[in-house]
Write a protein that binds this ligand. Structure first.
Ligand code: NAP
Length: 326
C-alpha cells in the first residue's frame, strides 16, 4: 500500500508555520464515508488538513491505525492525516461538515467557540433543513451548501471505498461569490462547480429521494422493483411537483416524473441509500428528506395526502424495526 505524508511532524504538529497557512487549513468534521473521501483527495494534493473526531477514544483508535485509507480502482492508499478532538485550541477558518444531517448542528455547536471571525463552513449533508439548523448555531460564519452525486462507503473504520464517481455542486444562497479557496477543490481532483441555484439542486435531489427511497424500504426492493409500482410513484411525483411550485422552486419541478422514471431504470439493480441504512440497522435521514417535504407542505398550505401517508407508513416501519424516525 502506498503511504502519503501530509506535512505532519513526528511530534504530531502540522507544518503550518504562519498565519496565512493556518487559515488555509481544512478542518474536516466527521471522518466517515464522504468526509474521508474529501480528506484523502485534499491530502493527496498537499493541502493542509486536520480531522476532528468525536472524542478521545475515537482519536486513540484512529492514531493506532495511523491514518485514513482510500480504496480506489487501482488499490488502497494510506494517508497519514493529523487528527484532533473538539478540545483542541486551534482556531478554525474553514470547516468541512461531513456528519449525517441529524448530527451536523449539535456537532457544529460544540465547535462554535473555535470558529474564527469570517470562518467558512461547507455543509455536505443530503436533504434540507440541517443547513439552516447549522447556520443558526454559527450566525457569523458563512455556510456554503453542497450537493453531491459521488458515492463512498466505509469498508471498515478509517477505510473508505470510492464507489461511485459523480459531481459536486457548491453554492451559498446568501452570497453568489465563490470562496477564495474554491480552486483547492480542482487542485485535489474533486469535480466541483460553483452554482447560484444550490437550493434548487438540493430540492430536486430531495424530490427524487422522496419519490424513490421510502418506497424501496416499504416494498423491500431494489430501485428497479418500483417499476411494478409506477402508479404510486406517479402520485408522489404529482404532489412533489405541486409542493415545489408552491415553495418557490418551479425549476426543481420541471420534468420530475420523467427524471424519476429515468433514475429508477438507470439504477434498477441498486438498493437505495435509505434501504441500505435500514438493512444495516442505521438511523436514516428521513427527517431531512420526506419529513422536510411534509413540513414544508404544511407551512405552505399545500395538500399532499400521499406524501403524508408515505411518511406515516415509513415512520411506523422504522419504529417497528427499533430505528429512530425523527
Ligand atoms: P458516515 O459514513 O456515517 O459518516 C459520518 C461521520 O460523522 C462518522 O465518521 C461519524 O463519526 C461522524 N460524526 C458524527 N457525529 C460526530 C461528532 N459529533 N463529532 C465528530 N464526528 C462525528 O456518513 P456519510 O455517508 O459520509 O454521509 C455524510 C453526509 O453526506 C450525509 O448527509 C449523506 O447523506 C451525505 N452523502 C453521502 C454520500 C455517500 O456516498 N456516502 C453521498 C452523497 C451525500 P464516527 O465514525 O465516530 O461514528
Amino acid at each position: 500500500m502506498e503511504r502519503v505524508s501530509v506535512g505532519r511532524l513526528k511530534c504530531g504538529l502540522i507544518i503550518t508555520g504562519c498565519e496565512t497557512q493556518m487559515s488555509s487549513t481544512w478542518h474536516i468534521l466527521g471522518a466517515g464515508s464522504l468526509g474521508s473521501l474529501w480528506a484523502c483527495r485534499l491530502a493527496r494534493a498537499g493541502k493542509p488538513l486536520q480531522l476532528i473526531l468525536r472524542d478521545e477514544q475515537r482519536l486513540a483508535d484512529y492514531r493506532r491505525g495511523g491514518g485514513l485509507t482510500l480504496v480506489e480502482h487501482d488499490g488502497p492508499r494510506h494517508y497519514a492525516i493529523p487528527a484532533e478532538t473538539f478540545a483542541a485550541p486551534t482556531p478554525i477558518h474553514r470547516l468541512l461538515v461531513a456528519c449525517k444531517a441529524y448530527d451536523a448542528a449539535p456537532a457544529v455547536a460544540r465547535l462554535a467557540p473555535r470558529l474564527a471571525k469570517g470562518a467558512e463552513l461547507v455543509l455536505l449533508q443530503n436533504g434540507l433543513g440541517s443547513q439552516d439548523e447549522v447556520a443558526e448555531q454559527v450566525p457569523h460564519a458563512r455556510c456554503i451548501f453542497a450537493s453531491s452525486t459521488e458515492g463512498a462507503f466505509r469498508e471498515a473504520d478509517w477505510q473508505v471505498r470510492f464507489a461511485g464517481h459523480g459531481f459536486n455542486w457548491l453554492g451559498d444562497p446568501a452570497n453568489p461569490s465563490p470562496p477564495l479557496w474554491f480552486d483547492d477543490l480542482h487542485d485535489a481532483g474533486i469535480p466541483t462547480q460553483w452554482t447560484a441555484d444550490i437550493t434548487t439542486r438540493l430540492w430536486r435531489k430531495l424530490a427524487l429521494n422522496c419519490a424513490i427511497n421510502p418506497l424501496t424500504v416499504l416494498h423491500d426492493c431494489q430501485n428497479g422493483g418500483l417499476l411494478g409500482h409506477l402508479a404510486e410513484v406517479d402520485q408522489l411525483c404529482d404532489e412533489l411537483a405541486i409542493l415545489l411550485q408552491r415553495c418557490g422552486q418551479p425549476e426543481a419541478a420541471q420534468d420530475l416524473h420523467e427524471e424519476v422514471q429515468r433514475v429508477i431504470v438507470a439504477t434498477a439493480a441498486n438498493y437505495s441509500s435509505m434501504y441500505q441504512d435500514v438493512r444495516h440497522g442505521r438511523r436514516t435521514e428521513v427527517h431531512y428528506l420526506l419529513g422536510h417535504a411534509c413540513r414544508t407542505a404544511a407551512r405552505h398550505g399545500a395538500e399532499v395526502p400521499h406524501l403524508e401517508r408515505l411518511h406515516r407508513r415509513l415512520v411506523d416501519n422504522l419504529q417497528a424495526r427499533g430505528l429512530r424516525s425523527e
